[in-house]
Design a protein around this ligand. Structure first.
Ligand SMILES: [Zn+2]
Length: 249
């Protein structure tokens, strides 16, 4: 391990943990994670990945910071309203940890670019706000053999799962028929800011565990979180043999 003196200090509390240690910290520094969305979920996710020393964080977002984002999107600041979210994310991350390279992808994911982009990273974390993107990310991650940690939040509720080869995928959970017309988004239904913080932090936890190969994976499970009653419920997720993405493979 070729840590600098500064890195030994910065990551001291990680290195103390037998589950991480110097070797795990070096693994984190070498890791490349793609985050879809620098919003409510992406904010705590990116902050914790950067603080943890995940060496390369790609961020996909084509939006600009708006005043109404700041109630939950803690990556951004008031004086950055109007700035591209990927630029704001890059500034915040640079201030947190100079070991981390944030790669801005100011674009919308499409059928044409999703596989190529996801293929460049070790793992993908989806915090997007629409089903079109979620299905696109799922299919591209599966095709590229990449693990996907997917979280969602609305009002005071959230859910999170990990989709990896051999286990169920996002389409096994939702089928193909659900669309953005069927479900309200947080612009219509509202979202409690701290709830996005809870779910995005859980997502960071699962991403870091997958990189380090520690603990129990959420693959094959869906964690449902009810913020108002402070209840966490884990249900089993099975593969759908008729799934249009992973069925039969
Ligand atoms: Zn599937």
């Amino acid at each position: 391990m070729d840590f600098t003196e500064e890195q030994i200090h910065r990551y001291a509390r990680h290195i103390l943990l037998p589950e991480v240690g110097g070797e795990g910290q070096a693994t984190l520094l070498a890791a490349k994670v793609l985050v879809i969305g620098a919003g409510g979920l992406g904010s705590p996710l990116i902050l914790y990945l950067a603080a943890a020393g995940v060496g390369t964080i790609g961020v996909v977002d084509d939006d600009e910071v708006e005043l109404s984002n700041l109630q939950r999107q803690v990556l951004h600041q008031t004086d950055r309203v109007g700035m591209a979210k990927v630029e704001s994310a890059a500034r915040t991350v640079a201030a947190i940890n100079p070991d981390v390279t944030l790669v801005p992808h100011r674009l919308r994911l499409t059928e044409e670019n999703a596989r190529d982009l996801i293929g460049q990273y070790d793992l993908v974390a989806d915090g997007s706000d629409n089903f079109t993107t979620r299905f696109l990310v799922n299919d591209a991650a599966r095709a590229e053999g990449k693990t996907l940690v997917s979280a969602a939040v609305l009002r005071f509720e959230g859910q999170i799962s990990t989709f990896k080869l051999g286990g169920p995928c996002y389409r096994c959970l939702h089928g193909d028929d659900i669309s953005d017309a069927d479900a309200p988004n947080c612009g219509q239904a509202g979202v409690f800011g701290a709830m996005a913080g809870v779910m995005g932090s859980l997502q960071a936890m699962e991403v870091l565990k997958e990189i380090l190969g520690i603990g129990d994976t959420l693959s094959g499970s869906l964690l449902l979180v009810d913020g108002l009653s402070t209840a966490f419920r884990k249900v089993r997720l099975s593969r759908d043999p008729g799934c249009s993405c992973c069925g039969g493979s």
